[in-house]
Design a protein around this ligand. Sequence first.
Ligand SMILES: C[S@@+](CC[C@H](N)C(=O)[O-])C[C@H]1O[C@@H](n2cnc3c(N)ncnc32)[C@H](O)[C@@H]1O
Length: 243
Amino acid sequence: MTDKNKRRNFLDYLKVQEAFDAKVAEIDQIDKFDVSFGVETSTPFESWDAGEADNFDLLNNYRYSPSPTGILRAVISQVPVNHEEVTFIDFGSGKGRVLLVASEFPFKRIIGVELSGHLCNIATRNVMQYASASKRCNDIDIRHQSAEEFEIPDDAGVFYFYEPFSSTVAEQVLENIERSIRRVPRAAVICLVGRALVPVVEGRAPWVPFGPVVQSPEDHYFDARLFTVHVDGAHTAESGSAS
Ligand SMILES: C[S@@+](CC[C@H](N)C(=O)[O-])C[C@H]1O[C@@H](n2cnc3c(N)ncnc32)[C@H](O)[C@@H]1O
């Protein structure tokens, strides 16, 4: 590709990002999550801005942009496991919005795994400042590491992904999850917000789709899909449809 074409592609990419960020800002204006809870989770962040990313990271690990809270709450309330019995993991936890909203549910523990140290520091501050009367889980842990290197805990039961990285990285993370489930068989759910990783999980053993697509109240872009492990003929602890 010529330099001119590369430049044009990059400018096109920036234009698409700008439009996407404007949409996310519009959603946040209505939602007012940050203002309501005294945190800062809304502003997108490019990994190259912190100078932390090498070439592999820039190609495989995507930028920070927050999950809208409507789809987040819808997905977490529909996961077919008992919240109290499992650890919730957000792969690519960024500024920690997912961790904060997950803490409104009575999870045993919540872990965010994030590649950027800069974003981990912001997330840690947000967790300390989060002023929610409806908090039901106080055990929130932020791990500054790459998702592929994160050791899956034996009680991890909900795995949340909002377009954090490429399918190459996702496959490695899925292998780690699957190895953990083979070693300690249990109910487990993958939540995919957005379509980017759907082709990686769809049709991949042992995952089976659970319930219909969860529709985002904000925008179809954020529609979510749940996948569960097929254990002894049952989907999970509560087999059936997401409702
Ligand atoms: C689209 S944001 C999602 C943020 C958050 N999960 C949410 O939904 O609000 C993706 C995040 O994944 C992080 N990330 C990208 N590659 C990663 C990797 N290999 N390991 C851990 N985090 C990664 C990025 O730095 C970014 O914060």
